[in-house]
Design a protein around this ligand. Sequence first.
Ligand code: SF4
Length: 337
Amino acid sequence: MNEPLIRLEHLNTWFPNDKPILGKPSSWVKAVSDVSLDIIEGECLGLVGESGCGKSTLGRAILRLAPLYSGEIRFMGDDIGKLSGKRLKPYRSRMQMVFQDPKASLNPKMTIFKILSEALVLNSGVVKEDYLEQAVKLLHLVDLRPEHIYRFPHEFSGGQQQRICIARALATDPKFIVFDEATSALDVSVQAQVINLMKALQDKLNLTYLFISHDLSIMEHVCKRVAVMYAGEIIEVQDADALFASPRHPYTKALKNAVPIADPEFRNELGILKGEVPKLSDPPPGCHFHPRCDYSQDICKKENPLVSETGYNSWVRCHFHEQLWTKGELIDNKESS
Ligand code: SF4
């Protein structure tokens, strides 16, 4: 097994609800709460959860694009959480992000060559005279035609625009890329093509990915390991195969059952996620999932469960995971009452 490329230790990203002139804010939006997680070199780690659970903030926090309230971010062993300015700059170029909306990510007034050149400035291994040659290489890497290098973003389809965004991310010679819902806005067939490209690039360039999505079903095709996020916390991490075959946390099970399936009768039998996603400024006490959990008991309303290891780099946060997860799967909720 490879070493962790990224190690997060008790990471907290909180935003103040108010900004008093004197003293501390009265309350905080805890977008990322006490997250400890390794991202192994060369892996594609999935990060899944409903909208508003804090997963995009976590992706941005790792790249130091969101404020760090407390905790550690280690990249290749170096603690980058407290770095800023010139000392952070060399790390920034090794970590990139690809966003959901490629159209909004590309400056409509710039040609593709200009867009890629702007990113190549951050690559200390490339001199200005070689920008055109490098930009052509980048277009080849993402299967776009180099003769289109002087075109503008609007002259490309959505899928092609996302390929340009990926080329721009690669321009800085990164080791780690966060894909934040990067395929969510694309048609299904285009989505598959972009995912295949991502996988091919990962193998070719030995990249490490964090793949963020609200859609658990897509993780199965992309990720080796999946982390599940709820109300700012990571509540389960498992190998993707194990997680899809038999999730251990009641929320993951509900998330899996909420994946759209063709037969509505079967869907009703499985049940879907009930209730609202909690506010990050005021999550329920105890286990944040308890108001929506079919297995909730008194202790769940008072105490937030600790992490229980279930294997190498795998764990779950639930008071009753051992009692509930028997015979290789979560028991039916009626049996647990
Ligand atoms: Fe459900 Fe309790 Fe486990 Fe939370 S700790 S997931 S409420 S059983």
